[in-house]
Structures are given as C-alpha cells and as structure tokens.
Design a protein around this ligand. Structure first.
Ligand SMILES: [Zn+2]
Length: 159
C-alpha cells in the first residue's frame, strides 16, 4: 500500500520535474535567441579590442610626447619614504599622479574619437529635399507650391 502510493508520487514528481525543465530550457533558448545577448557579446569583444587601441595610443604615442614636454620626468617613480631602513613604507604619490595623467589622456583620446566619429556620421546624413510641392485641398494631388489653380481638378486655390 505504502509502496504504491510512493510510486504514484514519484511519477508525479518526475512529470512535474520534466515540465519545469522543459519550461526552463524554453526560457533559456529565448534568452539566448534574444538579439541583445549577442549584441552584448559583440560589444564586450569590440570594447576589448578598442581598449587595446586607446592604451596603445596613450602609452606608445602620447606618453613619449608628454615626456619630451616634461623633460623626461617620470612621475611614477616619485615617492616619499616614511620611516627609516630597507622595509620602510613609501608614499607613492608619483604613481597616483601618473594614474591621473593616464586617465586624462584616455579621456582626451576618447573625446577626439567621438568627435571624429560624429563628424563622419554627420556628413553621411542627407539634407531633406526643399519643399516644392503642396497638396491640393480639393483633389489632394501634389501640385507646385506657387500654383494658383490646380492642374488636376482646375480648382481655384486661395494662395
Ligand atoms: Zn486639385
């Protein structure tokens, strides 16, 4: 008696489990098939590649130029030694300054890039064609803007 009732319950549990699993898999499929998951993946990968370009531009191009301007001064090595001896702690304010300069350079590069992209996309936009036609209020056909009489229905026009 007990065995039968457990078996019956197990079947119910199994069936419920299958339905839940099916529902879960369907939802998962929907999630993967959604466009923005792939868009996000592309965004992350492109972002990674883009980071390499920005870093190279900052470290390989702008930093050497900056070092000429500052007379070869390397900020990152500047520090204050706290205490005495070999194991004394150092306050590396130079590294902090270098990080700030790095941030400003990256922000500048991004700003330039966005400006360049904006001008590039603006050029592509087509100017809307100037309005040379109007709709006849009587027959609704397109006629010349200056027309005083409709060529389609011969109606006298107000203006
Ligand atoms: Zn007309």
């Amino acid at each position: 008696m007990i065995c039968i009732s457990i078996n019956a319950k197990m079947n119910t549990i199994r069936n419920e489990g299958n339905t839940i699993m099916k529902k879960f898999m369907e939802e998962f499929k929907k999630f993967i098939a959604r466009g923005n998951v792939m868009d996000m993946a592309v965004g992350v990968i492109i972002g990674g590649a883009f980071t390499a370009i920005v870093n190279s531009l900052v470290n390989d191009v702008m930093m050497p130029i900056l070092s000429i301007i500052t007379g070869g001064l390397d900020f990152s090595s500047l520090c204050i030694v706290l205490g005495e001896g070999e194991g004394a702690a150092t306050l590396n304010y130079g590294a902090f300054i270098a990080a700030i300069i790095n941030f400003l350079l990256i922000a500048l590069v991004i700003f330039w890039m966005i400006k360049a992209i904006n001008t590039f996309t603006k050029k592509k936009e087509e100017k809307p064609a100037p309005v040379t036609t109007k709709d006849c209020p009587y027959c609704k056909s397109k006629i010349a803007l200056e027309a005083t009489r409709c060529p389609q229905c011969t109606s006298q026009l107000e203006k």
